[in-house]
Design a protein. Structure first.
Length: 293
């Protein structure tokens, strides 16, 4: 197996683009979600994972914005979005995303969801298919009886182990979020993530509300309703969401394409930005060239 190239340069002082615009979209009476817009071109809605906001894409956003109008969602309760009492459900979170697309990209959008955000994207495509022009699912799974479960110890580390503050909890989680050699090669990426989490802690109750939605996620009964052209991306060294989960999704989504990133972990899109961008362009640009949305 080809080993990952860990030599790609990173900027330790990465910042969110200064030309970003923040929209506030009301998804239900009195509840507004923040959506950060960067770039121009066909609309691309990005949905981050469990307990994370738009900063999850800070290493990718400039690359993506060169080709697409990126709409980066702070999910309910995260980042600059309003919080509501939990628990949350996938149906509810998918409805939030559908409302964002209706407001900001009424002709529909490509949707790129990672991890728990990929679970939301699955329900969005199954329940609100008219809003989804193309679907990209990264490091995610089907849940329910189809799920390929992670090692319980890896899940314990993902949830912060015995750490007592947000920054330290995320530092513990990084042990399983990234492939084993990445932290040693790119400590600046880990330090940026830990610093962000320490200074932007998840509000009380929100992580548990999202975790409830994640635990009850089960796309199995709805899987056949996903009709959008679908790309699956997964690192083969993913300890959080074992790669077999994308195989299960691939089997259930008609016409889907799966691309493996050898040796990459759960955060493959940060670990290998160039390959991630190349695979997105490979999948999406022929559709634009042929006049499809």
């Amino acid at each position: 197996m080809r080993l990952p190239d860990r030599s790609a340069p990173y900027d330790g002082n990465v910042e969110w683009p200064s030309d970003s615009k923040t929209h506030r979209v009301e998804v239900e009476p009195g509840v507004e979600l923040a959506v950060h817009e960067v770039g121009s071109g066909p609309p691309l809605l990005l949905i981050p994972g469990l307990g994370t906001d738009h900063h999850a894409f800070v290493w990718n956003i400039s690359d993506l914005a060169a080709f697409w109008r990126c709409l980066v969602l702070d999910q309910r309760g995260l980042g600059d979005s309003d919080a509501t009492p939990g628990p949350y459900t996938m149906e509810q979170l998918a409805g939030d995303a559908a409302g964002v697309i209706a407001a900001l990209a009424p002709g529909g959008a490509t949707v790129f969801g990672v991890s728990m955000g990929g679970m939301v994207a699955q329900h969005l495509a199954a329940r609100h298919g008219e809003r989804v022009n193309s679907l990209i699912l990264g490091c995610t799974g089907p849940g329910g009886r189809l799920a390929v479960r992670a090692d319980p110890e890896d899940t314990r580390l993902l949830l912060g182990g015995d750490a007592r503050d947000p920054g330290m909890a995320y530092r513990v989680a990084c042990q399983v979020l990234y492939e084993r050699g990445f932290a040693g090669s790119h400590p600046e990426v880990i330090e940026d993530a830990v610093r962000w989490r320490a200074t932007h802690p998840v509000r009380p109750g929100v992580f548990a509300a999202q975790w409830s939605a994640t635990r009850h996620h089960d796309i199995g009964p709805l899987l056949s309703r996903i009709s959008a052209p679908t790309l699956l991306l997964h690192g083969t060294a993913d300890r959080v969401m074992p790669a077999g989960n994308s195989s299960r999704l691939h089997q259930g989504i008609a016409g889907s394409v799966v691309e493996w990133l050898p040796g990459r972990g759960h955060m493959f899109f940060q670990e290998d930005r160039a390959t991630t961008l190349r695979l997105l362009r490979k999948f999406l640009e022929p559709r634009v060239a042929s006049g499809l949305r």
